[in-house]
Structures are given as C-alpha cells and as structure tokens.
Design a protein around this ligand. Structure first.
Ligand code: MLT
Length: 232
C-alpha cells in the first residue's frame, strides 16, 4: 500500500523527538560526513566540543580527529572539515571523531531514534530512506543560531517530494522550486562567502553536486553515523 511521508522542517537545531530526524549542514558538516562514509570510513562520531573530541581520542588513540573552529582545522586535530580532506586514503576503515560549529551540534541535539545526514551529494538516496517512514523531521543546522540559506535550500529539495506537515516545509519547498543552479544559489549564502574568504571556494562547488552517491549516513540511538547504501 502506498504511504505518504509527512514532513516537518525546522530552520534551526532543536531537541526534536521522533522516529526519524534528517540533519542538514550543506556547508559543510553533512557534506563531509557523507563523503567520509562514501570513501569507506567505518563510523563518524559527532561531538559538540573539542574537549569532548580529545577525551574520546584518549580512550581510542587510533580514531581520527576531524573538524573545524571558525571554519579552520582545530589545532591538534588530524583533519579539518573540508570534504576534500575525507579522501579514501585518509579515512578508509577508520573511525572519525567530528567536531563542527553547527552540524555536529544539531546531530547531537535531536532526540530521534534514527538520524540521517543529508547533503546534495546523496539527495535521492536520503529521500528513498525517508519514504520508508510515515513521518520525517528535517532539521537545518543554521549558523550559530541564524538561519542558513543553503540548509533551507536542501530542505526544500527534500520536502517538495513529500507531504507538507508544518508551514516551514511548504516555505522551503517553494524556495527550492525556483532554483535550477544549486552552485549559484549556494554562493549567495553568508557562510559560502565566509568559506570563500578562507580559501574554500572549491568546497562549495563540491557540495552543490546532486546524487553522486547512494551512501546515507545513519546514526541510531545517538551513537555514530555509519553507512547505509540505499537502493533507489
Ligand atoms: C558547521 O558545522 O558549522 C560547518 O560545517 C562549518 C564549516 O566547516 O564550514
């Protein structure tokens, strides 16, 4: 029997409860998590602070420390948060502890039993996974408490294929309907402009690619993101 999934969209992180939450941080956390798992990483552990990251590393010296503070690699970490750092050579079969300013905070804040990490890279695969459920909560990470254009755009690309729950789902779908050139639109966002100043323009181009992988990062019970390969 055909079942229509109802979607609620949240513009900023909040402790949403339910069976399914979908986290979005296009620039760059969820794009990087998707890339890491696509390239064979074993598990990505999102954390909220660098102190927490160093503490986990103490117990697991073989884990890779990755992430950013103000966009840049954290001193003492192995990798930053550019998706280009999560190459197969760097991450295959490795566990990664990831600390970012917004994306990993959102992933830890939600209270859903299953949490997916969505990006343009895995859009159709994420959508296929969402459609298995009656209800989905899409949670945009934003930037330090402010709504991000790029996260709302991807939320719209997902929500426009589902049944609207709250008003935000309808609003972001309307926004996405009018956009054909993802890269051009991403460039309009405040965070993209910051990343360009920091020398990461190629990350924005990378993040704008649609459906280059069927890998869906899935975190169960707030543990770590591991790979689900979705048949679409
Ligand atoms: C974040 O979580 O705020 C972002 O991923 C920051 C970034 O690395 O661009």
């Amino acid at each position: 029997m055909h079942m229509e999934t109802v979607v609620d969209v949240y513009f900023l992180p909040q402790p949403i409860e339910g069976e399914l939450c979908v986290i979005i941080d296009v620039l760059r956390a969820t794009t990087s998590i998707t890339t890491a798992l696509h390239n064979g990483a074993h598990c990505v552990y999102p954390v909220e602070s660098k102190e927490e990251a160093f503490k986990i590393k103490e117990d697991h010296p073989d884990y890779i420390l990755a992430g950013e503070e103000d966009g840049l690699k954290i001193s003492g970490f192995d990798l930053g948060n550019s998706p280009f750092e999560f190459s197969e050579k760097a991450v295959k079969d490795k566990n990664i502890i990831l600390k970012t300013s917004n994306g990993t905070v959102a992933a830890k804040m939600v209270r859903c039993s299953e949490v997916l990490a969505a990006s343009f890279l895995n859009l159709s695969a994420v959508l296929a996974r969402i459609k298995r459920r009656r209800k989905a909560n899409i949670v945009c990470s934003g930037t330090l408490g402010k709504i991000s254009l790029e996260d709302c755009l991807l939320a719209g690309f997902i929500a426009k294929n589902l049944k609207y729950g709250n008003a935000q789902a309808r609003i972001v779908s309307g926004y996405a309907e009018g956009i054909n050139d993802i890269y051009k639109e991403l460039l309009k966002s405040t965070h993209a402009q910051k990343l360009i100043k920091l020398g990461f323009e190629k990350d924005i181009k990378f993040a704008s690619q649609i459906d280059i992988t069927n890998t869906v990062p899935i975190m169960k019970n707030g543990n770590c993101f591991s790979t689900g390969i979705i048949d679409i």
